[in-house]
Design a protein around this ligand. Structure first.
Ligand code: HEC
Length: 114
């Protein structure tokens, strides 16, 4: 009796903790919306619009320890030339003020977690 009670508690804790792992797609969309950033005009998680799909960005930089810092910098300053096959050479506009640096750090971290 006591044992099954423990098992129920353990099972419900497991359910709570796994539901707390947010879907990265939903997570990023809500961070971007709250930040009032324009990222979603050019990016989606799953497919290219103007810029590369964020899941492709995640795949490209998998295992790259510098990716977080490099990409935050790139989003703030804008950039081009890394995705010419996808974009035909279009640049990304700079984002010096909006979203804030902290928000961009959060967005890039969520992209790299995919
Ligand atoms: C005007 C369209 C546009 C907007 C707005 C935009 N991007 Fe981009 N983004 C691009 C393009 C185009 C590229 C590909 C640049 C390249 O070829 O190096 C890109 C590339 C990227 C990359 C990969 C950079 C690399 O060097 O591999 C990341 C990460 C990224 N964008 C995140 C964001 C975030 C976060 C925002 C919102 C703050 C944003 N983008 C807003 C068009 C845009």
């Amino acid at each position: 009796m006591k044992l099954s009670f423990v098992a129920i508690i353990a099972a419900s804790l497991l359910a709570i903790s796994s539901s707390a792992i947010a879907d990265p797609a939903v997570d990023i969309a809500s961070i971007v919306k709250n930040s009032k950033g324009d990222c979603l005009n050019c990016h989606q998680v799953d497919r290219k619009i103007v810029g590369p799909a964020w899941k492709d960005v995640a795949a490209k930089y998998k295992g790259d320890a510098n990716a977080q810092a490099t990409l935050v910098n790139k989003v703030i300053k804008g950039g081009s030339g890394h995705w010419n096959n996808e974009t035909g050479g279009l640049p990304m506009t700079p984002h010096p003020f909006k979203p804030t640096k902290e928000e961009i750090e959060q967005i890039v971290a969520s992209i790299l977690q995919m």
